[in-house]
Ligand binder design. Structure first.
Ligand SMILES: [Fe+2]
Length: 211
């Protein structure tokens, strides 16, 4: 699997462009800002974007959904509970950020679905706690998680925003750890790429999981 990372916008959010090996079909996860940077390699490599996957609807993850969807024509998959935020984005954007264009999700997900897109099988896992509808996209046979703001290298998603809850987040992390091998690569919404095993071993926020 070929995965390219774009760290975009004022909150340094990680957007990912992924495809199976050298396929000309691709997926985009969490286009948060800077649409033109994300789309440049799509255009240069002549890729067809088959879907845009949204982990959750904090503005730093969805700010460029509308322009990327418009340019690629790809359907947008959004957590069902949070689709109203994507559809009315500026009502939820704090302070000086934006402006961003709203977008009506083409498909909604809640967890438990398996999406067949761009030659990949993608399991949708419900991982609330950082936000109420948050999902993680698990690429089958590739041991890869696109996990938004659930788990970071040495840290975890904040739980002090509306709908956040520590116990719920910990349960979500437990679901990911129990359901995947330690070698599984975690492509998070912020900061560096890591593995489930590395975080299980050294992430201080996961100490509760060890007991
Ligand atoms: Fe977030």
């Amino acid at each position: 699997m070929d995965v390219r990372t774009f760290t975009v916008g004022p909150i340094a959010e990680n957007c990912y462009l992924l495809r199976r090996d050298d396929s000309d079909r691709a997926l985009i996860v969490d286009p948060g800002d800077e649409a033109e940077r994300i789309l440049r390699p799509v255009e240069e490599m002549g890729l067809t974007v088959e879907a845009i996957l949204v982990t959750h609807c904090h503005f730093d993850h969805i700010g460029a959904v509308a322009p990327v969807a418009e340019w690629t024509g790809a359907p947008v998959y959004c957590p069902q509970i949070e689709a109203p935020v994507l559809a009315d984005i500026m009502s939820w954007v704090p302070g000086p950020y934006g402006p961003f264009d709203s977008y009506d999700a083409d498909e909604t997900v809640g967890g438990g679905e398996t999406l067949e897109l761009a030659g990949l099988e993608v399991d949708v896992v419900f991982t609330p706690g950082h936000s109420p509808g948050h999902v993680t996209y698990s690429v089958r046979n590739e041991e890869a998680l696109f996990s938004g703001d659930v788990l970071f290298q040495g840290s975890v998603g904040r739980v002090d925003l509306p709908g956040g809850d520590w116990g719920t987040l910990l349960n979500s992390i437990r679901t990911l750890v129990d359901g995947h091998s330690p070698e599984t690569v975690v492509y998070p919404g912020h900061m560096g790429i890591t593995t489930l095993g590395a975080e299980r071993a050294s992430n201080p926020f996961l100490a509760e999981l060890a007991s």
